[in-house]
Design a binder for this molecule. Structure first.
Ligand code: SF4
Length: 428
């Protein structure tokens, strides 16, 4: 396999940095996919009724007999400093844990209100861990909208777990990022077929399977938004394997190739293991690419997945990127993707939503990827949109999902084409 990088990639292009009003979910959103992944964890948001509503509406489609997240509501008296929020928190946690012996990890999740009243959740987690050890480990992270955009909640959660991981001298591969189980199993099967192992996952599905970490650990990120986790693992002596992210056939092949190289896998083995799924991915993408080919793309900053997805959509689906926005641009992590993304689109970091809307309106892209709040008004103006949030709720990584990933972007374009056709018919 030879990959042709563009003559000039985007790694060193000037970045448009914006620091204005932003339209993006807070980090609490990550709880929706994290609680599905970590089967004996509970996420207790220490927040307001607004936070509870966000979680309920984002998770609205899932009704659990025993949910794995909840909100400890800070009432007005807490916010006014009239009650000891720590005492109430201890009481809530004791009640929860006595009712739910299945909980092995408890995350206290900070929010805007808990930050405003400066509730020290780190200290609370230490106190509660001492009280409920060894059965339950209590950790904390923030999902506050003041500090985090929506995928940063996962990063903050995983980074909080790293210092608590056991030390090891073993040479192990660590896959980092909360993938749906079925997707994680596909990745593990490919790695195992190449003879790569032992492989551990962060987060693990159960607390007892938590990985250990040390100077001989090498890790591969499966999500581009894990900057703090990358830093925390590096501090523990682990080494990152840089690679493009496993989106599409090309991204998956390059990601696997980087890991295979680290573990000395021969080209023959690599090709034998990947040939069939690669062929399936190429075919599945081709069935969507006709709709996407030549269409222009404008990405608002939401999930930090934007640069690798722009790489996939331009190189494998023939789209033309006009602007690729991302809340944060972590150059070390995204460098391999930026190398492959041909110079041309505006690369923007952060947001000043009004200015960005002006640029989108002037560009009139065929497809705009943006948050829920912007999608409806832009649709009303005749632009075709894709909700960025679907990209984190839908299985999109690795070969078997490559066609579905392309379809996520092709669907709104097909819908718009059908609408236009039926309008034309009605007018005739
Ligand atoms: S953490 Fe902040 S932004 Fe998020 S739901 Fe709560 S109040 Fe809103």
């Amino acid at each position: 396999m030879t990959i042709q990088p563009p003559a000039t990639g985007c790694r060193d292009v000037p970045v448009l940095k914006e620091r204005g009003q932003r339209e993006v979910f807070c980090g609490l959103t990550g709880i929706i996919w994290l609680h599905r992944k970590m089967q004996d964890a509970f996420f207790l948001v220490v927040g307001s009724r607004t936070c509870a509503h966000l979680l309920q509406s984002a998770a609205g489609v899932m009704i659990f007999a025993e949910p794995r997240f909840g909100t400890a509501i800070l009432e007005e008296k807490d916010l006014a400093g009239l009650a000891d929020a720590n005492t109430e928190l201890d009481r809530e946690v004791a009640r929860l844990l006595s009712r739910r012996p299945d909980i092995r990890q408890l995350f206290l999740v900070g929010s805007c209100p808990s930050e405003v009243i400066k509730l020290d959740l780190h200290r609370a987690a230490e106190r509660l861990s001492a009280l409920h050890a060894p059965h339950v480990r209590v950790l904390n992270f923030t999902g506050s909208g003041i500090e985090t955009t929506f995928t940063q909640g996962e990063d903050a959660c995983l980074a909080a777990m790293v210092p608590a991981l056991a030390p090891t001298q073993a040479r192990e591969l660590l896959l980092v990022g909360a993938l749906p189980d079925v997707v994680e199993d596909q990745a593990l099967a490919l790695l195992s077929a190449m003879g790569i192992g032992p492989v551990r996952c962060l987060p693990s599905r159960r607390a007892d399977d938590a990985p250990a970490v040390g100077p001989n650990t090498v890790f591969a990120l499966t999500q581009p938004f894990l900057g703090s986790t990358h830093e925390a693992l590096t501090r523990r002596g682990a080494r990152h394997i840089p690679a493009p992210f496993p989106f599409g056939e090309e991204g998956t092949t390059l990601w696997l190739r980087a890991v295979a190289k680290e573990f000395g896998v021969s080209d023959a083995t690599f090709d034998a293991v990947t040939a069939a799924p690669r062929a399936r991915a190429i075919k599945a993408i081709a069935s969507q690419a006709d709709t996407l080919n030549g269409k222009t793309l404008f990405m608002f900053p939401d999930s930090q997945l934007e640069p690798p997805l722009a790489r996939f959509l331009t190189r494998e689906c023939g789209m033309v990127a006009l602007e690729v926005g991302t809340p944060y641009l972590h150059r070390d992590i995204l460098g391999p993707d930026l190398d492959l993304l041909a110079k041309g689109p505006v690369i923007s970091e952060g947001q000043d939503v009004d200015r960005q809307l002006d640029r989108a309106r002037a560009a009139r892209p065929d497809l705009t990827v943006c948050g829920l709040g912007l999608a409806n008004p832009l649709e009303a103006e005749g632009l075709t949109t894709k909700w960025a949030i679907e990209l984190v709720f839908t299985p999109v990584h690795f070969y078997e999902q490559a066609g579905d990933l392309a379809a996520l972007f092709a669907r709104p374009l097909r819908r718009r084409a059908l609408l236009n056709a039926s309008k034309l018919e009605a007018a005739e």
